[in-house]
Design a protein. Structure first.
Ligand code: BG6
Ligand code: MG
Length: 218
C-alpha cells in the first residue's frame, strides 16, 4: 500500500506564526503581571488556546474567574489577528509548497492537523488552502495535543491506518500526539527540543525527494 497520509501541523511548520503567538501571549501575560521565558514558551507550542492561558496563569500563580479567563483569551486572539491580517504567501516557509506539490503529484493524501481555531483563515491568507484534502483544526477536536485526537481524525477521514500516516510537527506536544497516535513523527526545528520525534529536520529544505519516496514506498 503506497498511498500514505501526510499530516501537516500549521503554526511553525507551514508558516512561522509561532513567533506571533509568542508576541501576543507575552503582551497579554504582561498585562496581568506575568512573565515567561523562551524555554517556557516552548511548552505553549502546539497547545490549545485554553491550555496556553491555563499554563501562563499557573506560572504566574494567578487565579481568575471564568469571565476574566474568556476576556483574556479574546484579548490575546485580537492581538494575534493583527499580525495574521498582514500575512501573505511570502510567509510560507521555505520548500513547504514544493513538498506539498511533490506529495500531490505522487497521489498521496494530504491533511492539515492543527490546534488552531484560526487555521482556515491563515491558510486562505497565504493562499495555500487548496493544497489540503482535509483540514482538521481546533474547531474539530475536544482534546488538545499531546492527545492524538486531531491526527487520528485525519487518518479516519482517509481510512488510512495510523502506521501509514506521517506527521510534520514543530512542537513537543505535537510530536507526542503523533507518537501517541502510533504515526511516524517528523520534527521540524531543533534536534534537542524535538528528540522524541522519529526524524528531525531544521526545515523542509533539508527534506529531500529520496526521503519522501522512502516514506511513500515503505
Ligand atoms: C497551535 C499553536 O497551532 O494552535 C499554539 O502552536 C496555539 O501556540 C494553538 O495556542 C491554538 O491556536 P489559536 O489560533 O486557536 O489560538
Ligand atoms: Mg506548531
Amino acid at each position: 500500500m503506497n498511498k500514505k497520509a501526510f499530516i501537516f501541523d500549521l503554526d511553525g511548520v507551514i508558516v512561522d506564526t509561532a513567533k506571533y503567538h509568542f508576541l501576543a501571549w507575552k503582551k497579554l501575560a504582561a498585562t496581568i503581571g506575568v512573565d515567561f521565558t523562551e524555554h517556557q514558551n516552548e511548552q505553549l507550542k502546539g497547545v490549545s488556546r485554553v491550555k496556553s492561558l491555563e499554563k501562563i496563569l499557573a506560572w504566574g500563580n494567578k487565579s481568575i474567574n471564568d469571565a476574566e479567563f474568556t476576556r483574556l483569551m479574546g484579548l490575546k486572539n485580537d492581538d494575534y489577528l493583527t499580525y495574521i491580517d498582514k500575512m501573505d504567501e511570502q510567509e510560507i516557509l521555505p520548500d513547504v509548497t514544493k513538498t506539498l506539490d511533490f506529495l500531490k503529484d505522487k497521489k498521496q493524501h494530504i491533511a492539515l492537523g492543527s490546534a488552531s481555531k484560526n487555521a482556515r483563515m491563515i491558510l486562505e491568507k497565504v493562499n495555500i488552502i487548496n493544497k489540503f484534502d482535509v483540514i482538521i483544526d481546533g474547531n474539530d477536536v475536544s482534546k488538545a495535543k499531546p492527545d492524538p485526537e486531531v491526527f487520528l481524525k485525519a487518518a479516519e477521514h482517509f481510512n488510512v491506518p495510523p502506521k501509514h500516516c506521517i506527521v510534520f510537527e514543530d512542537a513537543v506536544a505535537g510530536i507526542q500526539a503523533a507518537n501517541n497516535a502510533k504515526m511516524i513523527s517528523i520534527g521540524i526545528g531543533d534536534k534537542n527540543t524535538l528528540h522524541e520525534a522519529d526524524y528531525v529536520f531544521t526545515d523542509f529544505t533539508e527534506i529531500n525527494i529520496d526521503f519522501l519516496n522512502e516514506l511513500i514506498n515503505r
